[in-house]
Design a protein around this ligand. Structure first.
Ligand code: ADP
Length: 319
């Protein structure tokens, strides 16, 4: 191969820029040329591309978001559109495509590979919920951002004897809620992986209150329940005073942590090494201590669910 394309797709995540930089510079180092595609799969249809050299990706390693922009492109679900995109990739002599994104983006990459385009995926999503890897770029930054926010909210919860209900991102997975919850010493976390009983939650909160705990923190993943429903229930069914914070998009932005910038760089190197050795249609990932490349079709065999021990521990330590 002589020329690769790179795009970011789906929800932006801190560390995507570090991955764009890593992919571009390592590929150039190996003698390849690099084309950036703007706005994910949409750019393949609207023909928005730009050559990337070393300098084009300077000064971005520490920046959140993605310099290539990203998009959710619903048209790309259709085979006709995928064929059109594949044709455009061929017209531009792009031999292989690096896709930085989440689960959906991986399915898009797989669809392109079915049209004969070699693709490789670098996991980039704050949710940490992709098959084929234990870690996705952006997760550590988000967990740390949530932790900082919770610690600020805690000051008021403590001073006013409140139950702080904090809604965090995670539509399908509770990794953010669980990890931030354990780090912040939350009393309870509500995650989509577990059935939520607000009755049990209130019993738990009341009992802690009786034992002298005047304030507490409850972290709710958006996919488990709306924070406002948890707030309403506590307000109606207990004598405790809740307050509610929906963290929203502060969780998605900001400079990547060291871990995210490092993982982005290591995943990038692996992605390019794979393409050069003729290994493609794979998702790069951390599996145990190694950085692996797993074929899309095998990825579901490497599904890493929420850590049940951590889930139990949050609730044991939080009272
Ligand atoms: P993420 O990659 O963060 O999970 P999405 O689920 O929104 O984000 O997916 C990003 C994009 O990937 C979608 O907008 C679409 O263009 C593409 N995509 C998702 N699922 C598929 C699919 N089954 N087939 C083809 N393309 C898909």
């Amino acid at each position: 191969i002589t020329k690769i394309g790179v795009l970011t797709s789906g929800g932006d995540a801190p560390g995507m820029n570090a991955a764009i930089r890593g992919v571009t510079r390592y590929a150039i180092e190996q003698g390849l040329s690099v084309t950036g595609i703007i706005r994910g799969y949409e750019g393949l249809l609207s023909h928005e591309i730009m050559p990337l050299d070393r300098r084009d990706v300077g000064g971005i390693i520490h920046r959140g978001g993605t310099m290539l922009r990203t998009a959710r492109c619903l048209e790309f679900m259709e085979e006709k559109t995928q064929k059109e995109a594949a044709a455009y990739i061929r017209e531009n002599d792009i031999d292989a495509l690096v896709v930085i994104g989440g689960d959906g983006s991986m399915r898009g990459a797989q669809a392109l590979s079915k049209q004969g385009i070699p693709t490789i995926v670098i996991p980039g999503t704050i949710d940490n919920d992709m098959d084929g890897t234990e870690y996705t770029i952006g997760f550590d930054t988000t967990v740390n951002t949530v932790l900082q926010c919770v610690n600020r909210i805690r000051d008021t919860a403590y001073s006013h004897d409140r139950v702080a209900v904090i809604e965090v991102m995670g539509r399908h997975a509770g990794f953010i809620a669980l990890h931030a919850g354990l780090a912040a010493g939350a009393e309870a976390v509500l995650v989509p992986e577990h059935d939520v009983s607000l009755e049990d939650l209130c019993m738990h909160l009341n009992e802690s209150h009786r034992m002298g705990k005047m304030s507490s923190i409850v972290i709710v993943a958006e996919g488990a329940m709306k924070g406002s429903d948890v707030y309403d229930y506590i307000k109606e069914h207990t004598y405790l005073e809740p307050n509610l914070t929906v963290l929203g998009y502060v969780q998605r932005g900001g400079s990547p942590t060291a871990r995210d910038a490092i993982m982005a760089s290591l995943f990038s190197e692996k992605a390019i090494d794979c393409l050069l050795s003729g290994t493609y249609n794979c998702v790069i990932g951390q599996i145990g201590e190694t950085i692996a490349a797993t074929p899309y079709t095998e990825a579901p065999r490497y599904h890493f669910p929420l850590d049940e021990n951590m889930y139990r521990l949050v609730h044991q330590l939080g009272r």
